[in-house]
Design a protein. Structure first.
Length: 239
């Protein structure tokens, strides 16, 4: 390949990559995080975005250069030299995606294992999903139930999640937590809330006609306020 072609490809790639980077960084795509695990999950997110931007820049550069450099002229005929495969190129475009996907899998596995490893002094909450509502039960309060998820700030939480009908997905954007609830299985996720507030909790899996209405709130409270609330729920279940 001539030096001029390489320079052109690099130039187009830099421009395409710059545009993609601006689209990724300038808008605020993610809400402020509210859990200890969110930072690691964000790292995985941006790791994948960086790979996507690199691939986009390469593909865009080749496509634009090919259109400009090799576009058909009016006097061109359909007959031309036969097109042959290129073994090295085929190996390359098979091996590179394999390496990238494997890297994403490894990074994701490390992040998930570290998030789970931090669990300690854990508060268990049983989460039940069904078309089209959420129910949260607290074993420490005689399995008292609540239509909203109440959590103490700074404490490790384990959500034990079940679905009564179809596949649902637990998603709180500020926690960066997304986990499927599968009928017949119990799925688990750890969260350590770090910011007091009220955050949207939605089903992130198309689960039927009422899917868009399957939403509630996750309320993170001061530990003392949560303990008082939990004590009230325990007393009400005894009564």
């Amino acid at each position: 390949m001539r030096r001029g072609s390489i320079v052109a490809l690099l130039g187009i790639g830099v421009i395409a990559g710059g545009v993609a980077t601006a689209v990724a960084l300038v808008p605020t795509w993610l809400p402020p995080d509210a859990s200890r695990e969110a930072g690691r999950i964000d790292f995985v997110f941006w790791f994948v975005i960086a790979i996507c931007i690199g691939i986009f820049a390469i593909v865009a550069a080749v496509m634009i250069y090919a259109v400009l450099r090799f576009r058909a002229q009016e006097d061109d005929h359909e007959d031309g030299p036969p097109i042959h495969g290129h073994t090295g190129l085929e190996i390359g475009w098979t091996a590179i995606p394999f390496v990238l996907v494997t890297a994403i899998a490894i990074v994701s596995a490390i992040v998930l294992s570290r998030n789970d490893a931090e669990a300690g002094n854990t508060l268990h909450v049983n989460v039940t999903a069904q078309q089209y509502a959420w129910t949260f039960a607290y074993p420490d309060a005689n399995n008292a139930t609540s239509p909203v998820l109440r959590l103490p700030e700074g404490r490790s939480i384990e959500l034990d999640m079940r679905s009564l009908d179809v596949i649902h997905a637990f998603f709180v954007p500020e926690f960066r937590t997304n986990e499927d609830l599968v009928p017949g299985l119990v799925t688990n996720v750890h969260i350590t809330p770090t910011r007091i507030g009220t955050f949207p909790l939605i089903c992130n899996e198309l689960c039927g006609l009422g899917h868009s209405l399957m939403r509630t709130q996750a309320i993170v409270m001061k530990p003392s306020a949560f303990d008082s609330w939990l004590k009230q729920q325990k007393q009400s279940t005894k009564g």
